[in-house]
Design a protein around this ligand. Structure first.
Ligand SMILES: Nc1ncnc2c1ncn2[C@@H]1O[C@H](COP(=O)(O)OP(=O)(O)O)[C@@H](O)[C@H]1O
Ligand SMILES: [Mg+2]
Length: 435
């Protein structure tokens, strides 16, 4: 965040000022003398420095950045890879919308792909050996800032007219920077004191989208700040066929006002054609810095997230529990029957019904390594089954071993036994607890 001493304006064509009005829950205070007035947004990958420890033995490379340029760097992936530290030496800079504190070291782990952008010019140092590091003058950041400015106008108007703020959906194929743009818009909004909601949507299942939209609407009814802040909906990169239909459905369920299409002209034209005329559909370029991630790389990133869920991250260790669960004490379901062609569906049934169908799963050896969610649905018989699809989950467990002889499975759980509820939902994701 901008420091209290030096309020800054990142204004240009976009008449916005990113100031610090937000006593935010999402901000994290960076301790240290002389810095007490500064805050930094807590973002993924940005962390508190290790007490200014000298980066002993690490190579240091300094970059002087002109205004409106960015330093892009990637940290090598894989277990053995060395972390890279970033330090802002002079001027001001931000990482995906979160402002950096000066003379603090931020650590980035294996596989990170980062852009350090500066509106006014700055110099930064990198410690360690990034896989690549280069400065680019060619970035769409000004367009993204203008987008923020336009959304901010809509929020101001909503405030004046006692209406709701902008609901924005960000769409595009994979690897165009959708998540990054969401993060940027959210950071900028929080920095001017707004409280937008991030809706992280895997748009495959329209029934669930409707549930989520309903929850968000209820929140807006009782929380004026949330209503004015609006929402930013992140979507997955599935933009053809039923993926496209799911996007259209999402736009209507959330009553979105703005759709940002990243780097996909055909999708832009289709949405302009198919969405009501009052929805503003905007085509934005992707940043040249966005890096394509291989399947392998995605899998590794997912594994790492699961590991963090059980074992903690960034110097914060969790100690998960391992215990046995009797088959007879739990009921396991899979959500969604295999889809069948429309013409074969029983009369009166839609694809949605099969997508949300609860299919009982008989525990067996093939459960091993599967991640299961523990549904918060009340335990009980059939009457409760109806609520399962709509119920949130309490958390996740991993099956580490199955003994069909004794009808018992061993699970890894963040909480000690007993399980808080006994309805478990199986997903395709597996996790091998190897380390
Ligand atoms: N300007 C940039 N410079 C360097 N890396 C970037 C930049 N923008 C995004 N990235 C990185 O590119 C990767 C893909 O971006 P992401 O926003 O996750 O794409 P999507 O959500 O469309 O799949 C991420 O690892 C992100 O950190
Ligand atoms: Mg994404």
């Amino acid at each position: 965040m901008a420091s209290k001493r030096g309020r800054r304006g990142t204004k240009r064509k976009a008449e916005v000022q990113l100031t610090e009005e937000s006593p935010s829950v999402e901000t994290k205070r960076a301790g240290g003398e002389g810095e007490s007035g500064q805050q930094v947004m807590a973002t993924e990958g940005v962390e508190k420095p290790s007490e200014d420890a000298p980066a002993a033995g690490k190579a240091c490379t300094r970059f002087d950045l002109e205004k409106e340029t960015e330093l892009r760097f990637e940290v090598e992936a894989g277990e053995a890879a060395e972390q890279v530290e970033l330090e802002l030496v002079t001027g001001m800079a931000e990482v995906f919308g979160s402002e950096l504190n000066r003379n603090k070291k931020y650590t980035f782990g294996p596989g990170s792909k980062i852009a350090v952008f500066t509106w006014q010019g700055c110099s930064v140092s990198l410690y360690g050996k990034p896989e690549v590091a280069y400065v680019s003058k060619d970035t769409p950041m000004l367009l993204y800032l203008n987008t923020h400015a336009a959304l901010e106008q809509m929020r101001k108007q909503a405030e004046r007219d006692n209406e709701r703020g902008p609901r924005v959906m960000v769409v595009g194929p994979t690897d165009v920077g959708k998540s990054t743009v969401c993060r940027l818009l959210l950071s900028y909004a929080v920095r001017v004191g707004r409280r937008p909601t991030l809706v992280e949507l895997d748009v495959g299942q329209s029934g669930l989208t409707s549930c989520l939209a309903e929850v968000f609407s209820q929140r807006c009814e009782v929380n004026r700040k949330a209503s004015v802040g609006g929402c930013i909906i992140n979507t997955c990169g599935w933009v053809k066929g039923s993926g496209y239909q799911a996007l259209v459905h999402c736009a209507s369920a959330f009553q979105v006002d703005v759709v940002l299409v990243l780097d996909h002209e055909r999708l832009y034209n289709e949405l302009k054609r198919d969405l009501p005329h009052f929805v503003r559909v905007v085509l934005l370029p992707k940043s040249g810095g966005v890096v394509e991630r291989s399947k392998e790389c995605r899998r590794e990133a997912r594994d790492e997230k699961i590991r963090e869920y059980f074992y903690g991250f960034r110097g914060m260790s969790y100690y998960p529990f391992s215990f046995e669960v009797r088959f007879s004490d739990v009921r396991i379901y899979k959500i969604g029957a295999p889809s069948i062609p429309d013409s074969c569906l029983p009369l009166g049934m839609s694809q949605d019904d099969t997508q949300l169908k609860l299919v009982p799963v008989t525990p067996g050896r093939d459960l091993t390594y599967h991640v299961l969610s523990v549904s918060s649905a009340e335990d009980g018989e059939d009457s409760a089954r109806k609520g399962i699809v709509e119920s949130p989950v309490c958390g996740f467990i991993v099956v580490t071993n199955v003994d069909t002889q004794t009808q018992v499975m061993k699970v890894l759980s963040p909480a000690p036994r007993p399980l808080p509820r006994h309805t478990l939902l199986i997903m395709d994701i597996r996790f091998m607890d190897m380390k």
